[in-house]
Design a protein around this ligand. Structure first.
Ligand SMILES: NC(=O)c1ccc[n+]([C@@H]2O[C@H](COP(=O)([O-])OP(=O)(O)OC[C@H]3O[C@@H](n4cnc5c(N)ncnc54)[C@H](OP(=O)(O)O)[C@@H]3O)[C@@H](O)[C@H]2O)c1
Length: 212
């Protein structure tokens, strides 16, 4: 597939690299292409462009920017370039405040997730939450003695979720579909839970698994 990744941080680079390795055509988008210059040299099959160019390029778009900037990045990408497409939302609504006893502060509430805000503003895009509650070092082809970890996803559009689930499975995960966009109220705070062992004990290599 053609994948447009919005972002120049670790998550964007890891996911874009994973899509390339798994045989997809990939363009990464940023406001400042200098930030991706070294990554581009190491990944010569990747294209680099603006947020709008990456969104226009992708049949699937990946949102991998700072949570406080998610709306701004999507506005720069352009609603028309997102319309009708699955948008994998890896963001977390982390506030610009330090964690307290290892617990991150969010700028959203338990009654409204970031993805709901984005879905409301970009009504024609098909947001699917994924990759938000695992560290970037374990996002692609994770290896765990306990078997495949579980990626919790949600979103309103079934076809978009089917497409995203296929990509997530290709990256070596099992997928647990938690339903519509409101489920992001529960999936986004998994990031808080995931980070606690990191902040308290410098443990950053775990992932969640749903046992049935
Ligand atoms: N780090 C992890 O392991 C991890 C794991 C799971 C989920 N996440 C989530 O994934 C997202 C990306 O995390 P990250 O650590 O890779 O990077 P990050 O430092 O949170 O975000 C960097 C990206 O945000 C964009 N950005 C910042 N301010 C902006 C603004 N005012 N307008 C438009 N874009 C702006 C930057 O755009 P430019 O390229 O234009 O500078 C850059 O691409 C976050 O929401 C994070 O919570 C992170």
């Amino acid at each position: 597939m053609k994948i447009g990744v919005l972002g120049s941080g670790d998550v964007a680079k890891v996911l874009a690299g994973g899509f390339l390795r798994h045989g997809h055509d990939t363009m990464a988008g940023t406001r400042d292409s200098a930030k991706l210059a070294a990554w581009g040299k190491a990944n010569p099959r990747a294209s680099i462009g603006s947020f709008a160019e990456a969104a226009a390029f992708g049949e699937v778009v990946v949102l991998a920017v700072k949570g406080t900037a998610a709306g701004a990045a999507l506005r720069a990408a352009g609603a028309a370039n997102l319309s009708g497409k699955p948008v994998i939302d890896a963001t977390n609504p982390i506030a610009d405040a330090p964690p307290r006893n290892g617990v991150l502060k969010f700028f959203t509430s338990l009654d409204e997730s970031l993805m709901e805000r984005l879905q409301r503003e970009f009504a024609d895009a098909h947001f699917v939450k994924a990759f938000n509650s695992v560290g970037n070092g374990r996002m692609v082809d994770p290896q765990f003695a306990g078997g495949k970890p579980t990626m919790f996803i949600c979103g309103n559009d079934q076809a978009a979720k089917t497409t995203v689930a296929g990509l997530v499975e290709q990256f070596g995960w099992e997928v647990a579909d938690m339903g519509a966009v409101e489920a992001a109220r529960a999936i986004e705070p998994l990031c808080m839970l995931w980070c606690i062992p990191g902040f308290l004990r410098n443990e950053w290599t775990h992932a969640f698994k749903l046992l049935r």
